[in-house]
Design a protein around this ligand. Structure first.
Ligand SMILES: Cc1cc2nc3c(=O)[nH]c(=O)nc-3n(C[C@H](O)[C@H](O)[C@H](O)COP(=O)(O)OP(=O)(O)OC[C@H]3O[C@@H](n4cnc5c(N)ncnc54)[C@H](O)[C@@H]3O)c2cc1C
Length: 309
């Protein structure tokens, strides 16, 4: 058994990725070189700002090169719960942003020519218990009535066999608009696009402190000090106390991708002809997904933090 990152082993950081020394001044300093930092770098360059992306490790080192590669519609929380918590107007906005985010990835990949295997493969929620299956029809109705969204459909056990090649589930809820991609190819493709647009990528630059200055900020890094008019913090779960208020609410969560040995093409076809993403509708915090891609099948397990008693 190996415990290394599958995606970057298969597609390592391109050797010809153009990186820079730390500049002295810049319009916008972006801390973190994942999807957030790199997409922001491209947008800011298009708007005419000079941009330096500061990464403490190597470009794309964080979650963006080590995730499940599923670009799904919706939020982690179920939409009826989002509606209850934030109201119908915000709920609709959240839903639309989730659709827009998948479309944004699709458009960026096409516009920048990023070969990351992006495809609208669809996603199927699998009923682990009969009671999960019983809820699916109601969910389809809810999405139609509350969001005018008609791209969900229910599969019974017999229909599901042709989707996932297994009889263990009690049915499925399909979504046509979800997509899948190769995470490392996407993040390195974004990095190359950002440099083409003129962003500077600075690796091994740990940001240690940000101080307000007369015309913006002084950003103290392990490579020296940078004067920036604006700072964008895109550090995700790796956020430290550099901006103390952002550290609040961040707690450790174990999240893992497990890959099988390469699968034969015929087994891939049996598991999913479309290469769809799957997750179970279990109410516990363990989710699983499988998707034949590059001869492999993925499983992603998310484990909640321990609750204090
Ligand atoms: C196992 C796993 C599976 C996942 N599966 C999915 C999935 O299937 N679909 C999905 O949509 N999402 C998934 N996610 C979530 C997704 O990967 C993240 O939401 C996304 O990559 C976040 O991108 P980001 O740019 O915000 O952060 P990251 O890619 O994590 O980048 C943050 C970067 O900031 C850098 N950094 C931090 N502090 C500093 C500092 N002080 N100085 C300089 N640099 C710093 C880090 O080194 C890091 O490279 C998964 C995540 C994990 C861990």
């Amino acid at each position: 058994m190996k415990s290394t990152v599958f995606w970057t082993e298969e597609f390592p950081r391109p050797a010809d990725l153009s990186t820079s020394e730390l500049p002295e001044t810049i319009d916008v300093a972006i801390i973190g070189s994942g999807y957030t930092g790199l997409n922001a770098a491209i947008a800011l360059r298009k708007a005419g700002a000079s941009v330096a992306v500061l990464e403490q490790a190597t470009i794309g080192w964080g979650a963006s090169s080590r995730n499940g590669g599923m670009a799904l519609t919706g939020l982690k929380e179920e939409m009826p719960v989002v509606f209850k918590r934030y109201g119908a107007e915000m709920g609709r906005a959240f839903w639309q942003w989730s659709l827009d985010s998948v479309a944004h990835v699709e458009q960026t990949v096409a516009a920048e020519g990023i070969a990351c295997e992006f495809a609208r493969t669809g996603h199927v929620t699998l009923a682990f218990k009969p009671s999960h299956y019983a809820r699916f029809a109601e969910e389809v109705r809810w999405f139609h009535e509350m969001l005018a969204y008609d791209d969900l459909w229910v599969m019974d056990k017999s229909e599901l066999r042709s989707e996932i090649g297994a009889d263990v589930y009690h049915g499925g809820l399909g979504d046509r608009n979800s997509a899948a991609l190769h995470p490392a190819r996407y993040v390195f493709g974004l990095a190359q696009a950002a440099t083409r647009h003129g962003a500077l990528l600075v690796e091994h630059a740990v940001v240690k402190r940000i101080a307000q200055a007369r015309l913006g900020f002084l950003v103290a890094t392990s490579k020296g000090i940078l004067n920036a008019r604006e700072v964008l913090v895109a550090t995700n779960g790796y956020t430290t106390n550099v901006v103390a208020p952002l550290r609040q609410g961040i707690f450790p969560v174990g999240s893992y991708i497990i890959t099988t040995a390469p699968l034969s093409v015929s087994l891939q076809q049996e598991l999913s002809r479309a290469g769809a993403c799957f997750s179970t509708a279990r109410t516990s915090s363990i989710t699983s997904a499988s998707r034949p891609m590059a001869g492999c099948c993925l499983a992603d397990a998310t484990i909640s933090p321990p609750r204090s008693t």
